[in-house]
Design a binder for this molecule. Structure first.
Ligand SMILES: [Zn+2]
Length: 225
């Protein structure tokens, strides 16, 4: 009974662990957030650069208009001409500043773009790995659940045996088998006496609700897979 109980607990804990594992990966979540953040920064920098370029272009237009006006001879007053000239100079200085900032943004965009692509490719790889791992977890959960159900039946049946006069026989089997009344079936071999179990018996174990005993040593066989 003790062997069944400890195996039962082991499988129950394993199922709980797997159920938690398939819920999601915090590592993957962190990667997604990182890629999102870089993507936002990239977009923000790109739009800043475009704004700077637009501003610079409209300033160029204003400079051109002012220069046309300066050359047209419309203005005769030297003070007015001087004011217009210094306004042109100030606009040009501002434009140079805009252009410098625009170039800085362009360099940043290139660098962010490269980082973004690298991180995104890494994320895609990780997503794939996670999907594979999740599939493996889910397959194992199915398998463990079948074992769990089988063990639940085994416990009930052994409890029946223990509650009846067969207890003596069970105890006898335990004593005779060095305290082990149950054995795990591993790769079609009885885990206790290492006898190969016939395929017909294996199929019965897999597809029936009945408990089966090792044909050689008589221990109750627990199917581990
Ligand atoms: Zn055996």
């Amino acid at each position: 009974m003790h062997e069944i109980d400890s195996l039962y607990d082991k499988i129950r804990r394993r199922i709980l662990l797997l159920n938690r594992a398939v819920e999601g990966s915090t590592e993957l979540e962190a990667l997604r957030e990182e890629v999102d953040a870089i993507g936002e920064e990239l977009q923000g920098t790109r739009s800043e650069q475009q704004d700077l370029e637009l501003e610079s272009r409209s300033l160029t237009e204003k400079i051109r208009e002012s220069e046309t006006s300066l050359m047209s001879g419309e203005l005769q007053n030297p003070r007015e001409l001087e004011a217009l000239q210094s306004s042109i100079d100030a606009m040009k200085e501002h434009r140079t500043d805009l252009e410098n900032r625009s170039v800085e943004r362009l360099v940043m965009v290139d660098s962010l773009q490269a980082t973004f692509e690298k991180k995104q490719a890494n994320l895609v790889d990780n997503e794939q790995q996670w999907t594979d791992r999740k599939t493996a977890f889910e397959t194992e959960i199915d398998k463990r659940k079948r074992e769990y159900i089988y063990l639940k039946k085994a416990r009930a049946q052994v409890a029946d045996v223990l509650s009846e006069e067969n207890l003596e026989m069970y105890e006898h089997l335990r004593r005779r088998k060095n305290g082990v009344a149950v054995a795990l079936l591993e790769d079609e071999i009885c885990g206790a006496c290492h006898t190969q179990v016939a395929v017909g018996i294996l199929n019965k174990i897999r597809y029936s609700d009945d408990l089966l005993s090792c044909p050689s040593c008589g221990r109750i066989l627990l199917n581990e897979g």
